[in-house]
Design a protein around this ligand. Sequence first.
Ligand SMILES: [Zn+2]
Length: 361
Amino acid sequence: MPDFSRRELIKVLLHVPLLTFIPVSAFARTGRYMHFYLPPKPFELKARHGARPGGRILVIGGIHGNEPGGYRASDVLMDVDVTRGSLLVVPRSNFTSILAFKRGYNGDMNRKFAGIAKDDPDLVSVERIKQVIRDFRPDVLLSLHDGYGFNRINSACWGQSVVIDSEEYSGFKLGEVAREVTAAVNRKIKVEKWHIPVHNTRTFDKNTHHPEQRKSLTYYSLTQCNTRAFCLEVSKQLPDLKTKVRHHLLMLEEFFKIYDVEISPDFDTLISGLRPRHYDKDEFSIDMLINDKKVNVKAGSTLRVPSASEIKMVSVNGPRGTYIVPVGVNLNWHRFFVRHDMSFLVKRDFERVASIRFVIV
Ligand SMILES: [Zn+2]
């Protein structure tokens, strides 16, 4: 159970995937082959408590893997100090989908909070998010997304909106808060098309257009945890990732004011410091055990190994969000055999940094 009482805490919990093995019995160990093991995927979270008392905010990023504005804005908050109140950030809730750059590699995770099959590969992540809400007991949960289009122009689109399930729920004035946020944010957005309205899905109404939202994280938070919840949506059609992250940070800034959490550096400094990130492949390497011998393999390498090699990737070194992706292999698998030469992509989130190639000699 995570201990959220310490002032600064980083926990990298380890995924224990449910669908991990190609049955060994199905694999005849003859001829040329290699046997690979991948390290557990991290489930990052970080809780911080300011010296001054304030509110409690939980930020959940990356439920949808092809919405990088949300998970990169959450990632920015992983490096700040909290000076007032408490902040817990889960930047990459659905890391498998982020690596695949798909909304849901295993189906839509934001439809799995009302119920989930026991053999669903997303089960561990969904249960962890629920546990975090129960343990941290936030005043408000903010779920960060990049939606399609511009809600202001087409109300069927979710991009550039603050989404609420109801004007009011259990005494929580969700509409009032969302309008306060959007009014303040829109004063800072010069392009009128990008202005952010409030989008009420009326999830509780009998004839809602969005009954599927009853399976979402925000609905779970409201109804099962009695915790206020909002979806922050920027548009997938904003011109670049930096602009998406900026709009998320503008919305977060207003929520942080309302729920009395202060950070250092402040939001203005974070926003003015946003830069596109260029990766140097020397920042990335993998610690491996190849036939029980320890090796540090730099990204970009080609390795020649004998047939029947056992290759265990022990840890992936690089900035947060770095992992190694086997080309052509199910991303839920953590152990597999191949009979051919094999390439892996070293990725930071959805971005490919380099590759590593194994050749059977
Ligand atoms: Zn989304």
